[in-house]
Design a binder for this molecule. Structure first.
Ligand code: PMT
Length: 215
């Protein structure tokens, strides 16, 4: 019997700590990434799902090869970069924080008179790092979440991050994108492919996405 193809998927948000009780995060629910993981298991892949913190109603699908919960961008970067060399492909759907607090206070920050100014520093761009590590046999797929200039920004990320495909989704609209059960995606391929996948349930969209990328 042929060996299963291996696929790593990231999902959910990351949390970047400010102090022991506060953090910076975003609106990702994990639904899109978990739908991709379920569709990939169904399609016969051996799937590793690396997930930021999500609500308990978002449940990892049965049949995963591995489920790795992480909290922050640095943790996600380490897990993903360690596992990627053994993978046939990776789809990075997580909404990773681009910035984290430069200093994490050891104790709860006390309120004082006047403003509090936070200093933030860049996190590692995990997708960019994988683009540098990628071999000719591996497929790398990213997402682009944009509120404006969707196609232009997605194509720029496709090239800059050395991807094979990018799934461009418009965010900030009601009823799709972050948190919703539905989404709409345009897939752009490195060879000039443009595949629109109209608004539908994330579960169906995930299947359509995998069918388009992996024949
Ligand atoms: O989780 P849901 O509520 O279901 O919502 C789904 C979604 C909107 C989060 C999903 O469809 C989506 O768009 N995921 C990517 C979100 C994002 O961070 O997009 P971006 O355009 O900022 O990042 C581009 C790519 O780089 C993404 O593949 C991202 O995973 C990756 N990235 C970003 C920053 C970083 N430090 N490291 C990364 O790897």
């Amino acid at each position: 019997m042929a060996e299963k193809r291996t696929l790593l998927i990231t999902a959910g948000p990351t949390r970047e700590a400010l102090d022991p009780v506060r953090f910076i995060t975003n609106r990702s629910s994990g639904k899109m990434g978990y739908a991709l993981a379920a569709a990939a298991v169904e399609k016969g892949f051996s799937v590793i799902l690396v997930s930021g913190p999500v609500d308990s109603s978002v449940i990892p699908p049965e049949g995963l090869a591995e489920f790795v919960p992480v909290i922050c961008a640095a943790e996600m970067a380490e897990v993903v970069k360690t596992r990627f060399p053994a993978m046939d492909a990776a789809i990075l759907c997580a909404a990773v924080a681009d910035y984290r607090p430069k200093v994490v206070a050891q104790n709860k920050i006390k309120k004082k008179e006047g403003e509090l100014i936070l200093e933030l520093e860049r996190t590692e761009d995990i997708l960019f790092s994988l683009g540098q590590m990628k071999t000719g046999q591996q497929k790398l797929i990213g997402f682009a979440a944009e509120t404006e200039n969707l196609a232009e920004n997605a194509l720029c990320k496709l090239k800059k991050k050395n991807l094979d495909w990018i799934a461009a989704n418009q965010v900030g609209l009601p009823g799709q994108g972050f948190q919703s059960d539905r989404n709409e995606i345009t897939l752009y391929g490195v060879n000039g492919e443009v595949i629109p996948l109209p608004l539908t349930e994330k579960k169906l969209l995930a299947k359509q996405m995998l069918d388009a990328i992996f024949q």
